[in-house]
Design a protein around this ligand. Structure first.
Ligand SMILES: Cc1ncc(COP(=O)(O)O)c(C=O)c1O
Length: 366
């Protein structure tokens, strides 16, 4: 058997939706994008959704709307995907890295508070909901307010995730999502800024489309082309309607992984406030790096595709060349042990069984 790390689930609904757009004669951003925005906002219980062409653009829009610019310090987790940091480096910001909690892999508010005190001139705080697991948002919002930091939540991996029973996104700060192919909801390429703040949403809308005011070709503020197409929005719209099914599938697979692999490895810690996470990816923590590498090689030989974690930002060559960083032992510890097993909307139950059987076999026989 060959099991990919992830597989989308695109069915007749998505094909028909794309066909309708193709035949409509309007392919760029239009009514279908508006419908996708309404559906996403409604699903999350949020007031505003600004759909863009990918998650990185959503970060760029949120950072520009925050007013961050050259020389501004922004606090950001080291354990994240590079886009979280690259979007701010592109604006000339200086990332101030925060170590992760080794259990949740998200930032620990106490550590954020410590770093915020050390950087009294910092302008912003970005938090990341790693692998679909919500951060502890209440204390993080309080810290951001107390230290005058604009908060942006990178929930690229967490569409459908909750914090204390409410979907991520339904808050005053900017929460960004990605709708890339391996995500819970895909547009193939797509992203969104979601917020309850009308002014922030309007700023992101202007940023998405060259800062154009009500008059055509009159640009009243800075903007870029971050627009999605109606083709991508049509796919996202069809997918949002099936989010419940997708998340149930992810949760069932995660439950099986946890149940059957618990004797051999550990997992991301799930605090109560995060409810049932979305499990965009399912990460196991091997006892040490060598075991992780051997398991990875064994699964590859058995036809199972896995992925390591993203190397933390302080290990990334281009960032090391530009900035000097401290030590982040928890992120290094996690990065050395993580192996991410197959998960995704289109992965089949028998494939999960196969992956579990092969993993158990590895741990039993060495
Ligand atoms: C944490 C995080 N932030 C940002 C992004 C960027 O999203 P996109 O690939 O849609 O640009 C990703 C992508 O996977 C991500 O995992």
């Amino acid at each position: 058997m060959k099991v990919p790390w992830s597989r989308p689930d695109l069915q007749v609904a998505e094909t028909r939706a794309v066909e309708r757009v193709l035949r409509s004669g309007w392919l760029g951003m239009g009514k279908v994008t508006e419908a996708a925005e309404t559906a996403i906002a409604r699903y999350l219980g949020a007031r505003h959704c600004v759909f863009v062409n990918n998650g990185t653009s959503a970060l760029l829009a949120a950072y520009l709307a925050a007013g961050w610019g050259p020389g501004d310090e922004v606090l950001v987790p080291t354990y994240t995907f590079v886009a979280t940091v690259s979007a701010m480096v592109a604006l000339g910001c200086r990332p101030v890295l925060i170590d992760c909690d080794p259990g949740t892999m998200n930032v620990d508010p106490a550590e954020v508070e410590r770093v915020a005190r050390e950087h009294p001139d910092a302008k912003g705080l970005v938090v990341v909901d790693v692998a679909g697991l919500s951060c502890d948002l209440d204390p993080l919002e309080r810290i951001a307010a107390e230290h005058h930091l604009t908060l942006v939540e990178d929930a690229a991996e967490a569409f459908g995730g909750t914090y204390r029973g409410r979907y991520l996104g339904a808050r005053p700060h900017a929460t960004i999502f990605s709708f890339h192919i391996a995500k819970q909801v895909t547009a193939v390429e797509g992203g969104a800024v979601v917020t309850d703040d009308r002014k922030l949403a309007e700023a992101c809308r202007r940023l998405r489309s060259h800062g154009e005011g009500p008059q055509k070709y009159i640009h009243t503020s800075l903007g870029l082309n971050l627009r999605p197409t109606d083709l991508n929005s049509a796919i996202a719209l069809a997918q949002v309607r099936r989010t419940g099914t997708f998340l149930r599938r992810h949760r069932e697979y995660a439950r099986q992984y946890q149940e059957r692999l618990a004797p051999y490895c550990t997992f991301q810690t799930i605090p109560e406030y995060a409810g049932d996470p979305t499990w965009m990816v399912f990460q196991i923590l091997a006892p040490d790096r060598r075991t992780r590498d051997r398991l990875e090689a064994r699964l590859r030989r058995r036809g199972v595709q896995t992925r390591r974690a993203f190397p933390p930002m302080h290990q990334q060559p281009y960032l090391r060349q530009r900035f000097s960083f401290g030590k982040y032992p928890h992120a290094d510890w996690v990065y050395d042990r993580v192996l991410s097993l197959p998960m995704g909307n289109g992965i089949r139950p028998e494939e999960i069984d196969y992956v579990i059987d092969r993993t158990v076999e590895f741990f039993r026989t060495g």
